[in-house]
Design a protein around this ligand. Structure first.
Ligand SMILES: Cc1ncc(COP(=O)(O)O)c(C=O)c1O
Length: 394
């Protein structure tokens, strides 16, 4: 049995590698503190659970979901309501919204919908892995846009060669950014919308963390730029804002033609979101957003605790402006290692799992990503273990 060449070109999923290592460590009797994956550990708010509980009892909700049935129409309208409230952007619920089985699904389908074998996708590096692996799986050509610290982890589009631009179908942007935690100002999106005009390139913004921002920063939607809908779509998810990662619900909004192609690709592979989950999603988007404010406050406490803790033991990392990650350069005594070797060694010696930077693309080398998906006492335990490990060096 031989995999397709497209599949052979992608390595095993980063978290599959980390999971294998974690299993080995557990078999050796060590408890693992897992800070590798951005998998929210807190419960889905109770008002959302109650809505799901009621909806699941109704047999009408057990059938396939259809675009024009009452439930999906209500979900589309709820998405428009949320978008208007959060970003003051008007959307047409019929043509400018596509519900997704999680935004990862939609991002992968973006490549299926738009890439021919000679087509290029412009993908920042480091990035959330489906941004680049989705392109490879669809058989397209990847062009990396390095995100460097000296550029505040923003792409420098002036470095893209002309012939690459001519073959490019779309470009991913994603702020607040996983894994670097960078944010982008309104002026960045304004410049990108201006730059892309006349180029036949779609801007696909992934705004999974738009709710999880700290210290008075706000996340911008690319659609806030006037006439951005001519050239852009944006992906959102309920996974992070409402602790609904396992539920699988997200959405894409923006340019109607692009969304129609995305919907066409989806229509041959899925039947939409389980209706009780749509009902729960409607509840999440249209209710008071205090649960989101509380969640951000919890993450902020974790971030402050862990960054200060790392700094106090000599690992000098920056405070994130957004997300629940820390993007940490390898500590000076371990700089000679690759990020994968460092993460593996730290896991073996301490039982603390973090994600190696190269899992997010080649420009992630030299970093690890720490996901603060544990309580403060467990994070304190992780710090204790890391302290001894840092003191040892190599
Ligand atoms: C940047 C980014 N986009 C998308 C996703 C996927 O979210 P979803 O659960 O909606 O598929 C993630 C998940 O970690 C992410 O970090």
């Amino acid at each position: 049995m031989e995999e397709s060449n497209r599949m052979k070109r992608i390595p095993p999923y980063l978290f599959t590698i980390v999971d294998r290592l974690k299993k080995k460590v557990q078999e050796n009797g060590q408890t693992v503190i897992d800070l590798s994956m951005g998998n929210p550990d807190l419960p889905t708010p109770s008002h959302i659970l109650e809505e799901m509980g009621a909806a699941i009892q109704d047999p009408v909700n057990h059938r396939y979901s259809k675009r024009d049935d009452g439930c999906e129409v209500e979900l589309r309208k709820a998405i428009c309501y949320w978008y208007k409230k959060k970003f003051d952007v008007d959307l047409d619920f019929e043509t400018e919204v596509v519900p997704l089985i999680g935004s990862k699904e939609g991002i992968a389908h973006m490549s299926t919908a738009f890439l021919n074998p000679d087509d290029v996708a412009l993908v920042p590096s480091p990035a959330y892995p489906v941004h680049f692996n989705g392109v490879t799986m669809a058989g397209g050509i990847l062009h990396d846009l390095p995100l460097l610290k000296e550029n505040d982890f923003l792409p420098d589009v002036s470095k893209i060669p002309e012939d690459v631009l001519r073959s490019s179908k779309f470009m991913f942007l994603s702020y607040p950014h996983n894994p670097t935690t960078a944010i982008a100002e309104y002026s960045f999106y304004e410049n990108m919308v201006k730059w892309v005009r006349g180029k036949n390139i779609i801007l696909a913004s992934d705004a999974a963390y738009s709710d999880i921002v700290f210290d008075g920063h706000t996340a911008t939607s690319i659609l806030q730029v006037p006439r951005a809908k001519d050239v852009a779509i944006e992906f959102h998810t309920l996974s992070k804002s409402y602790n609904m990662a396992g539920w699988r619900i997200g959405f894409a909004v923006g340019n109607p033609e692009v969304l129609a192609s995305l919907e066409k690709a989806k229509s041959y592979t899925d039947f939409g979101i389980f209706r009780p989950i749509q009902r729960a999603g409607i509840k999440a988007l249209t209710s008071d957003q205090k649960c989101v404010t509380d969640l951000v406050a919890t993450y902020k406490k974790r971030v402050d605790f862990f960054v200060k803790g790392l700094q106090s033991i000599g690992w000098f990392v920056d405070f994130p402006k957004a997300t629940f990650y820390i993007w940490a350069e390898l500590p000076s005594q371990y700089k000679a290692l690759s990020s994968l070797d460092f993460a593996s060694l730290m896991l073996q010696k301490t039982g603390v799992a973090v994600a190696p930077g190269t899992g997010f693309g080649k420009y992630g080398e030299g970093y690890v990503r720490i996901a603060l998906m544990e309580t403060i006492p467990r994070l304190g335990e992780a710090l204790e273990r890391i302290k001894d490990f840092l003191a040892e060096g190599i």
